[in-house]
Write a protein of this length. Structure first.
Length: 109
């Protein structure tokens, strides 16, 4: 288990009563909800042979340049990710998911 480093403890009567953690850390402890992918995104993957990253980008009406800029990566790198059948690192998926307002699970093949 990962050690939390940014925890605030609140005491009552000299004893720990509450622990406050950053919201992002809290969200990691919650169970993963059902992952939903819109029909249009699935259609782009199946009919057009797009990977999920490109299908979501197209579905959201975003250009490669927009996603790349928001994710602080080059457009060429994003283009390779959209063509690639390679499994991307979790950190990369987190960055792209955050950029497009998605969960990592929605981008995993």
């Amino acid at each position: 288990m990962r050690a939390l480093t940014n925890v605030q403890f609140i005491e009552q009567n000299g004893k720990p009563a509450f622990a406050v953690i950053p919201y992002d850390e809290y969200m990691k402890f919650l169970p993963v909800e059902d992952v939903t992918i819109p029909h249009e995104v699935v259609g782009l993957v199946i009919k057009k042979g797009m990977n999920l990253i490109k299908a979501w980008r197209v579905h959201l009406g975003m250009t490669q340049a927009e996603v790349a800029e928001r994710a602080s990566i080059s457009q060429a790198a994003l283009s390779q990710m959209e063509k690639s059948e390679n499994k991307l690192r979790t950190a990369t998926l987190e960055k792209l998911a955050g950029t497009m307002g998605l969960s990592v699970e929605q981008l995993r093949d």
